[in-house]
Design a protein around this ligand. Structure first.
Ligand code: TXA
Ligand code: MG
Length: 377
């Protein structure tokens, strides 16, 4: 059966090839018998989507190259974008990581503070992890998720689980089971519905192999957190494209990610009131030209826009950007559901979790940033 995914210009026609089982589980007290069935699917080389505290993952046994290949097919993922390996304990860490010395010290310090949690460490890869997982890189991304369903699934499977976010490649990551079902039903064996994800954006990816630990993808664990624990760290400018011929340190970051079907424009500026004024003006103009306009704002800004004329969504509060991270991807998907052509989004200060939010918005906008104030923030 053919299935249309998305509802406008970027829609792709795809083949529904599998009967997908949807299993609902309580994330505080998951039914271990049902999870046992999911673990059996993993052990036999199948694909299981599962919740984590960041976003849902599309998992397969990290030690089964054929199963790992199926992940790339199901998502339509570029072949050079490596996967994160998910573990539930130190034993599995030792199976996938061969790094010693300084690397081990860093892993221990970071794990004590942030695992289980939204931090992926890029470390030396043990040869037991097949090339398919890391796309031939000598390193591997490792994470211990802070979600009982995820950890019990890994434990019962008896193997580390390789898993990217459980969305079609290029779509916003799934922060709720309904997002996974919309993208991957018919393409995977099992989708576990374990409710909404707490964090809502993907983990911080931290390369610990170099002299200075470097954040390759900002997330809920911030640069300040890393520096506090390790004494040093850096967040290279993620807006800067790698020089010609230079291999990006994190291959995933070179792709336009997280985009809804609608075009996204990001409005930046020091004066939030000026930003809102400019968005309201541009929204009018776009609506006059026949476009269906969406506006992504916060609780503080929602009163500034005409909610009768435009689809206005608050992602959370400016005073706590974790709330914005939590709702961001759901909001982007809601705009598509409302049939929006253009989304005008407010920017956020780039510090702490603001880095994670801005990184995702910047990519959703394909780098289209409009300076709406005298100075950029
Ligand atoms: O929160 C998360 O990280 C979620 C959940 C499911 O754990 N996973 C996730 O996976 O976001 P994915 O595949 O969507 O993003 C993984 C990112 C990509 O940007 C990839 O390029 C990078 O991590 N990555 C993975 N292994 C790497 C490696 N060995 N070296 C550099 N970057 C790596
Ligand atoms: Mg992803």
């Amino acid at each position: 059966m053919d299935q249309m995914i998305g509802n406008s210009k970027k829609s792709v026609r795809t083949k529904k090839v599998k009967d997908t089982l949807i299993i609902k589980l309580d994330r505080e007290k998951p039914d271990l018998e049902k999870l046992g069935i999911c673990a059996e699917v993993i052990r036999k080389g199948g694909l299981v989507c599962f919740p984590t505290e960041t976003v849902y993952g599309l998992g397969a046994s990290a030690f089964d190259p054929l199963a790992v290949k199926k992940i790339f097919e199901a998502k339509g993922r570029p072949a050079d974008n490596p996967l994160i390996v998910h573990i539930d304990d130190g034993e599995k860490l030792n199976l996938v990581c061969s790094g010693g010395g300084e690397q081990r010290k860093r892993i221990k310090l970071l794990a004590e503070e942030f695992w289980p949690g939204p931090l992926t460490m890029i470390a030396d890869r043990d040869p037991a992890v097949p090339d398919e997982v890391s796309c031939g890189l000598p390193t591997v991304g490792i994470r211990m998720p802070d979600n009982r369903i995820a950890r019990e699934l890994i434990r019962l499977s008896g193997v580390p689980i390789a898993a990217p976010s459980a969305n079609l490649s290029g779509k916003p990551s799934p922060s709720a089971a309904e997002h996974v079902i919309a993208d991957l039903f018919g393409r995977v064996d099992v989708i576990i519905d374990g409710g909404d994800c707490d964090v809502g954006v993907e983990s911080t990816v931290l390369d610990i192999t170099g002299k200075v630990p470097a954040i390759l993808r900002p997330g809920a664990v911030t640069l300040e957190d890393v520096v506090r624990v390790l004494g040093k760290g850096e967040l290279p400018d993620w807006k800067k494209a790698p020089a010609k011929g230079e291999r990006p340190r994190s291959p995933g970051m070179k792709y336009t990610h997280y985009s809804p079907d609608a075009e996204v424009r990001l409005y930046d500026g020091e004066d939030v009131a000026a930003v809102r004024g400019r968005i309201a003006k541009d929204a009018e103009k776009l609506a006059e030209s026949g476009k269906k306009v969406g506006i992504l704002t916060t609780d503080e800004g929602i009163g500034s826009y005409d909610q009768e004329r435009f689809t206005v969504i608050s992602a959370g509060s400016r005073s706590d950007l974790l709330t914005v991270a939590h709702s961001l991807y759901g909001a982007l998907r809601d705009f598509d559901r409302a049939g929006t052509d253009v989304v005008l989004a407010e920017a956020y200060p780039q510090n702490g979790v603001g880095n994670a939010v801005m990184n995702r918005l910047y990519r959703a906008a394909g780098g289209c940033v409009i300076n709406a104030g005298a100075e950029k923030n």
